[in-house]
Design a binder for this molecule. Structure first.
Ligand code: BES
Ligand code: MN
Ligand code: ZN
Length: 499
């Protein structure tokens, strides 16, 4: 789907899309369409319940006086509430309705209005385009028998406004981040027979062409480094575990401390010997989503040439039961030297992150570190699929993250990270155990990670509930959401880039 920006001109093809404010208030271009159609737009709105409230839509097929297949009206709500996210919702709603409706071309009319929550028509248009593109994502590579009417029909989206050149320039920046989101969605969507530790590392290597420096550590190197926690998780698998280190040095000062992002990359989580029940086990192909977000984020930062030094570290393993698998009760020694009694082999993500976090902070001395992981089912019980869990040892970092999340619509809810919970992971024979019981399961998981962070400012995002959308929503079609890429890109842009 190609997106372009052009000056207003009469459209004679496909579908036209116009926004309507609450109270059936047409924008300037909407009023023009109404006139051309002899008042048909006004009459259509008056004939039903469409009042221009956010998310309402009304389709006028073959509108008279207009040379198009259909006119789609989309409610924009109140003008003062028209912010970047609402603008994205507008573009997304258009594509949600039209992508497979039969039209090849969609033209979206964009007008600035007084008092809107965006600085200009160009900014509005750029976000409308971003929403359209985010919603157009499909993962269709394994469908070989798709009927024509099931395939997307829209190949061209035209955003129509006078300030088209400025809008195009602004969209180019957003588009870099969307490319990162799409990479993350692709990787999380792939099945586990295609994406396993080595093939995921291979995918990360693809970022080299954008100027990201890539190193891959195999099991031999990780053993040398003492990463017994991570290696224990992978030891039941036929696939070799990997750790990928990605570096984007965009600050213009090689010596400036980087920001670090660490991802859980369990390419399939069967549970290991503590095997999971069969129902929905296929979901565990996306237990590498934290790693996929870090890879997508590194791509976004590189594409938009972010003025920041950033490192991404992802621990890639497959958690399988076999004769070589680790057993419940095994004790492993992490790179930090701390020993862990593995009570439950299904609490594997924290074991992977223990070594990845330790490695990232010791090697790179980052100014802050954020990890992402589909870590616990308990976070889904706590927060459902609307918020990811945020755990942090630093209030400033927590606030920055929550603010970035709000700005891009990837919301975070702060959870406690407090000493009383630490008791739950005391072991009878080792420094700690890897599970803390059912009570506060996401918190004890975070407390476990905290034991592998020294005095670095650090936050942990438990994305188990938000990584996979069960149904279509605004800018996220059903499936892999890419949650975290736009959030962390925004965090970097707002707080960690040099001028
Ligand atoms: N990958 C899972 C968590 C998960 C569950 C992610 C559902 C997405 C959807 C994780 O490795 C896991 O198995 N966690 C266990 C921990 C328990 C054994 C302490 C859980 O949440 O049940
Ligand atoms: Mn597990
Ligand atoms: Zn897992």
């Amino acid at each position: 789907m190609k997106i372009s920006f052009s000056k207003p001109a009469e459209t004679t093809e496909g579908a036209l899309v116009a926004g309507v404010f609450e109270g059936r208030v047409l924008t300037a271009s909407g009023q023009r369409l109404d006139q051309q159609s002899g008042g048909q737009v006004t009459r259509a709105m008056a004939s039903g319940r469409f009042t221009g409230k956010r998310d309402q839509t009304l389709t006028l097929p073959a509108p008279s006086g207009l040379n198009v297949q259909r006119l789609l009206l989309i409610g924009l709500g109140k003008p003062e509430k028209l912010d970047p996210m609402a603008a994205e919702g507008f573009g997304a709603a258009a594509i949600g309705q039209l992508l497979t409706a039969g039209d090849k071309q969609v033209t979206i009319l964009v007008d600035a209005v007084d008092g809107m929550g965006l600085s200009s028509a160009a900014e509005l248009a750029a976000h409308v385009a971003a929403g359209a593109k985010l919603r157009s994502y499909r993962f269709d590579k394994y469908r070989t028998r798709q009927k024509d009417e099931e395939k997307p029909s829209v190949s061209k989206v035209v955003i129509s406004l006078a300030e088209n050149a400025e809008a195009k320039r602004r969209f180019a920046k957003l588009d870099c981040v969307i490319e990162g989101v799409f990479l993350t969605r692709d990787l999380a969507s792939e099945p586990a027979n295609v994406i396993f530790p080595e093939s995921l590392a291979e995918q990360a290597k693809g970022l080299a062409e954008h100027g990201v420096d890539i190193e891959v550590l195999g099991e031999k190197q990780m053993r040398k480094l003492g990463m017994g926690a991570l290696l224990g998780v992978g030891q039941g698998s036929e696939r070799e575990s990997q750790m990928v280190v990605m570096r984007w040095m965009g600050a213009g000062d090689e010596t400036a401390a980087p920001v670090a992002f660490v991802g859980k990359g369990v390419t399939f989580d069967s549970g290991g010997i503590s095997i999971k029940p069969g129902a929905n086990m296929e979901d565990m192909k996306w237990d590498m989503a934290g790693a996929a977000v870090v890879i997508g984020l590194m791509k976004a930062l590189a594409l938009r040439k972010a003025k920041v030094n950033a490192v991404g570290v992802v621990g890639l393993v497959e958690n399988m039961p076999s004769g070589t698998a680790q057993r419940p009760g095994d004790v492993v020694t992490s790179m930090s030297g701390q020993t862990i009694e593995v009570i439950n082999t299904d609490a594997e993500g924290r074991l992977v992150l223990a070594d990845a976090l330790w490695y990232a902070q010791n090697r790179f001395k980052p100014k802050m570190m954020v990890d992402l992981a589909t870590l616990t089912g308990a976070i889904i019980i706590s927060l459902g699929d609307h918020y990811a869990g945020l755990f942090a040892n630093d209030d400033g970092l927590a606030e920055k993250l929550a603010g970035a999340g709000k700005a891009v619509g990837e919301q975070l809810w702060r959870m406690p990270l407090d000493d009383p919970y630490d008791k739950q992971i005391k072991s009878d024979i080792a420094d700690m155990k890897n599970v803390g019981g059912r009570e506060g399961g996401s918190i004890t998981a975070a407390m476990f990670l905290k034991r592998f962070v020294k005095d670095t400012k650090w936050a942990h995002l438990d994305i188990a509930g938000v990584t996979w959308a069960k149904k279509d929503a605004a800018v996220t079609p059903k499936g892999a959401s890419g949650f975290g890429v736009r959030l962390l890109d925004r965090l970097v842009a707002d707080h960690y880039e040099s001028a």
